[in-house]
Write a protein that binds this ligand. Structure first.
Ligand code: ATP
Length: 362
């Protein structure tokens, strides 16, 4: 029987496509170690994104494939997630305690941007990442409610300079709403808002985050542009509904991020389909394929499509977004897939800030 070779191991792994990277693990640069001892093969892969719910199944699948190779007696595949730091704009200083900032934006209000941001943050945490969320939606802050934080809860202040973010469902949460009360007028004009938001982002003592999700104010005006220019963003996610008008607005969002050199990771189509709670029939409320059309036109990806669902609204209103309230549901699985894809796109889009060291036995 011929001996096992590294080439044979790589060829075997190349037959499988990582569904988040859309590449086989070898071409994607995930293969870190191959150890061959007679008929025993041991392989270590590194994913640049959080994939706690995926990696064991992935390892098992690859392990079985390797064990099917002639001359292999036993195989062991280990998959590790190692999240590096990335940012789009070269000139902007990095945020202390934050590896990657994800901006969640929409061309207009009411499309479900905040709900998507909350579920994305929670889904990233469930995949094993350290996550924070910043509610920058200053005119309609809702993250406090969605994370079940009691009204009037205030963040602690450290060294008279840093806000200590609140913590809920394992995610660090910060919002302008935690610093103001009902009597504070929220009729600030653009420059004041962007100034205050920048302060909030840079003066929060984020604790070793892999990802900070920023729930951006809706629209593409000055506030959004300032944030996009001054916060070191790894990538943006545009939330849209399938109506034509919303899609037109979403285009402006894509263009704005491109102008300031922030990678647009993709589009999330929200409230796209109504699923009848009686018969399960899926109805496309505003016509089919709008998100796909936008994605194709701008060369960005349709990352996820969420149905119009009473559960999404009620669970978020109740302080436990679907990812936490019903983690095994089909909808929660869509958010998990979204989270892994967003992480994977960030890993692919930017260059790591530090060179990664490859260890192999040949
Ligand atoms: N897929 C969905 N199905 C049903 N309801 C949803 C869905 N997504 C969001 N909603 C509900 O729609 C309303 C608006 O959502 P959300 O606040 O997330 O939007 P937004 O785009 O952030 O709006 P704004 O920026 O104006 O605050 C909320 O009541 C939310 O619960």
């Amino acid at each position: 029987m011929s001996a096992v070779t590294r080439e044979a191991v790589e060829a075997c792994l190349r037959q499988f496509t990582d569904p988040h990277l859309d590449q086989d693990p070898v071409s994607a640069g995930c293969l870190r170690e191959v150890d061959i001892q007679g008929g025993r093969v041991s392989v270590r892969l590194e994913l640049g994104y959080a994939a706690g719910l995926f990696k064991n199944g992935w390892a098992q699948m690859l392990q079985m494939a390797l064990e099917n190779l002639d001359a292999v007696d036993s195989a062991r595949v280990q998959v590790d997630c190692v999240i590096d730091s990335h940012q789009g704009q070269a000139q902007v200083p990095a945020l202390q305690g934050v590896k990657n900032v994800i901006a969640v934006a929409s061309g207009k209000g009411g499309v479900g941007k905040s709900t998507t941001a909350a579920n994305l943050a929670l889904a990233l945490a469930r995949e094993g990442a350290r996550v924070g969320i910043l509610d920058a939606d200053i005119y309609g802050p809702s993250q406090g409610i969605m994370f079940g934080i009691a009204e009037g809860t205030r963040p602690l202040v450290k060294e008279q300079k840093w806000f200590v973010p609140l913590e809920a469902h394992g995610v660090q949460v910060m919002s302008m709403a935690f610093l103001t009360d009902d009597s504070t007028p929220m009729v600030w004009r653009g420059p004041m808002v962007s100034g205050a938001l920048l302060q909030l982002i840079t003066q929060t003592a984020w604790n070793e985050l892999d990802y900070l999700v920023v729930d951006m104010p809706p629209g593409t005006g000055d506030i959004q542009l300032t944030l996009a220019q001054k916060v070191p963003v790894a990538g943006s996610v545009i939330v849209t509904t399938p109506q034509d008008l919303a899609l037109l607005d979403a285009r402006k969002g894509v263009e704005m991020f491109r102008k300031v050199h922030i990678p647009v990771l993709g589009v999330v189509e929200n409230m796209a389909v109504h699923i009848c709670s009686n018969c399960g029939h899926a109805e496309h409320l505003f016509g089919e394929g709008g998100g796909e059309k936008l994605a194709a036109q701008y060369g960005v990806e349709l990352l996820a499509s969420l149905p119009l669902s009473m559960a999404i609204r009620m669970q978020a209103d109740d302080g436990k977004p679907t990812t936490v309230a019903d983690p095994e549901s089909q909808i929660a699985m869509i958010y998990q897939e979204l989270a892994r894809k967003v992480g994977a796109r960030i890993a692919q889009a930017g260059k790591p800030s530090m060179p990664s060291i490859e260890i192999s036995d040949d």
